[in-house]
Design a protein around this ligand. Structure first.
Ligand code: ADP
Ligand code: MG
Length: 608
């Protein structure tokens, strides 16, 4: 069921794109969501049960305090008679208090441990799932949105599954015990004390839907805030370079402001419950005192001790009661977070291993694209009827204008997406019939924007082969022409790379990622514009490294520089998703009107 919330803080403009749309909040039947949520407690059911038992015991003990006061007042203080019995009761009270304190410590520790274990499980499950999701998911979901699931939503669920559930048991137990004790002490008075309760219940029920809606709005703005934040922090260089600080700061303040307002709106609503709880509590107390003023002295049952006990009980009872009025709200927040997390967990990867997928044996590296067609969005084809045969060990160059489909072809060979028509074969295996793991482990990719992780250079180079030794890493680095500058770093290969390797130049990052590919030692290699955007000196280093790397492997190279392309066994020229020229340098260089011929002429002119 989808519901549109029109109630937005329209007074402030929204910085992020989705804010221009209306908020769409989905809601599943709560019972379904809670059922699924409780499965997360399954592994901890014994500890949870024990904790709840401790809660109930503590609560019971605590509710006996007014009862004890009543005995002390009526039997000893009011009649001015103190004997041994008085001290026995006092010592008994002290012992009960000690037990209660011990129980309090035990349950806090226990709840914290369950809670931490549960957080661990939830986060691990989410990460494991996100790792399996295909490229199209990561292209469509902003990082900030995924982060929101890991941070705010996971902690809301955790809070519910541990604190809230335990609190509920705690409060339900206290309420039941207090009401029983009140009836045991004086049934008539108990009825008087509870007379204002229905008013509170009705008030809470009327405010509920509005508060619910308010929380959903908060959640949505929170996600948008996170998306905005994540994007702005990772794009900070561009922000600074284009002097966008002031504009973005304004947008940030507006997003921040919307978030704060939505919080205030909903807390305003919830705050209305507070006075109602207070008024009904005070009215209950007044009713008891009023009735008592008539009865004290007239009846033998109502004593000063009973009155003192009753006032304590009314005060104690309104705590759990106000919690109950809030339970629904807490549940709503939990439901909203749970649904968002389940939405993510239920998103299936578009590319999945076939149920009977086999492990692709080590391949020689022949690749066939058989009438391949592909569309990203299901409507516009970006590749049409691509037929290409690459023999094992061949070097194939893909050339063509930006947007002609080169990167798409390399992504399809990696099966980052599934073809929409035709098939891709590697050594005769349709890549959809083998496991992605066995496929990916035989293809190394060097991308235009190599990704360096916040880790040592050593670990970054052996990313695809975590068991490689330092000697092997150094050997790969030497082949990749990056040993010279890496060994000059203050801590050599143990130097920690900054996020995305920002302390290295583009060319250096490229060389590191080539070393990574060399070490991965796969029969197939895909290089997507690995040599573009670097200076001639670095290009020569990369060129040399690539030649060593490509030896004995099937290599698909996307490049613009002739020096890289001309040695290719096949040069494939793409235009608007179709192969328009194919052949080696000699056969294409003089083709009248050919794209490659033009490319050669342009670069030869440039070289002289
Ligand atoms: N992730 C994507 N989602 C939708 N369309 C895409 C995506 N990536 C590329 N395209 C489109 O597919 C076409 C081919 O892109 P691409 O293969 O990246 O070209 P090239 O690498 O030759 O520059 C382009 O029209 C581009 O707009
Ligand atoms: Mg590209």
């Amino acid at each position: 069921m989808l519901r549109t919330i029109s109630k937005t803080n329209s007074s402030t403009p929204q910085p992020d794109k989705p804010a221009k749309k209306k908020l769409v909040v989905s809601s599943l039947p709560p019972r379904q969501v809670i059922g699924r949520l409780l499965t997360y407690l399954q592994p901890y059911r014994r500890r949870m049960f024990l904790t709840i038992c401790i809660y109930v015991v503590c609560v019971t003990i605590a509710q006996f305090y007014p009862f004890i006061d009543r005995i002390l007042i009526d039997n000893y203080i009011a009649v001015k008679f103190i004997d041994q019995g008085f001290y026995v009761v006092v010592i008994g009270a002290v012992i009960l208090h000690a037990i209660n304190m011990a129980g309090f410590m035990a349950r806090s520790l226990s709840i914290t441990r369950i809670s931490q274990d549960l957080l661990f499980d939830l986060r691990s499950q989410l990460f494991h799932h996100v790792e399996r999701l295909s490229f199209n998911f990561h292209e469509q979901w902003p990082v900030g949105k995924t982060m929101s699931r890991f941070l705010s939503d996971v902690s809301t669920l955790n809070d519910f599954l541990t604190n809230q559930i335990a609190m509920l048991f705690h409060d339900a137990a206290s309420a039941v015990i207090i009401i029983i004790l009140m009836f045991v002490i004086d049934p008539g008075m108990a009825l008087v004390a509870l007379i204002t309760l229905p008013i509170l219940v009705i008030a809470a029920a009327t405010l509920r839907p509005r508060i619910h809606e308010g929380w959903e709005v908060v959640r949505e703005y929170n996600t948008r805030f996170n998306i905005f934040l994540a994007e702005n922090i990772s794009g900070m260089r561009v922000i600074q370079a284009f002097v966008r600080e002031a504009t973005n700061y304004k947008q940030f303040r507006s997003s921040n402001d919307t978030l704060v307002r939505s919080w205030l709106d909903v807390t305003n609503l919830s705050a209305r419950l507070g006075p109602i709880v207070e008024i009904t509590r005070a009215a209950g107390l007044a009713a008891v005192l009023y009735v008592a003023s008539y009865q004290i002295g007239l009846t033998t049952t109502l004593t000063v001790g009973t009155l003192v006990a009753f006032t304590s009980y009314i005060n104690a009872l309104w705590g759990p009661i106000s919690t109950f009025t809030n339970v629904y709200l807490v549940l709503q927040a939990t439901m909203a977070s749970a649904e968002k997390i389940f939405e993510l967990l239920d998103t299936l990867p578009k590319v999945m291993d076939a149920p009977n997928a086999s492990v692709m044996p080590p391949v020689k590296g022949s690749i066939t694209l058989d009438h391949v067609a592909f569309s990203y969005d299901g409507t516009r084809n970006v590749l049409h009827d691509i037929d290409l045969n690459i023999e094992a060990g061949q070097l194939v160059a893909l050339v063509g204008q930006t947007g002609s489909g080169k990167t798409t072809i390399s992504s399809l060979i990696n099966r980052f997406y599934d073809v929409t028509g035709g098939r891709v074969l590697i050594d005769g295996h349709d890549i959809r019939s083998v496991t992605q793991k066995s496929l990916h482990s035989q293809i190394a990719v060097v991308m235009q924007e190599p990704f360096i992780f916040t880790d040592t250079i050593f670990n970054n180079i052996r990313y695809g082969r975590p068991d490689a030794t330092l000697a092997e890493v150094i050997e790969a680095a030497k082949m990749a022409n990056c040993h010279d500058f890496l060994s000059q770093l203050s801590e050599g290969y143990e130097t920690l790379a900054h996020e995305r390797g920002s302390q290295f130049s583009g060319g250096q990052r490229q060389l590191i990622s080539i070393a990574r590919a060399i070490l991965a030692d796969t029969p197939i290699l895909v290089l997507d514009e690995a040599t573009s955007a670097v200076d001639t000196q670095t290009e020569m280093l990369i060129q040399e490294a690539l030649e060593r790397l490509m030896k004995g492997r099937t290599a698909i190279v996307i490049a613009h520089r002739l020096s890289t392309i001309r040695k290719a066994s096949q040069i494939v020229v793409l235009k608007e998703g179709k192969i328009v020229e194919i052949g080696n340098h000699e056969s294409l260089v003089n083709m009248p009107g050919g794209y490659y011929a033009r490319l050669c002429r342009a670069q030869m002119v440039g070289e002289h």
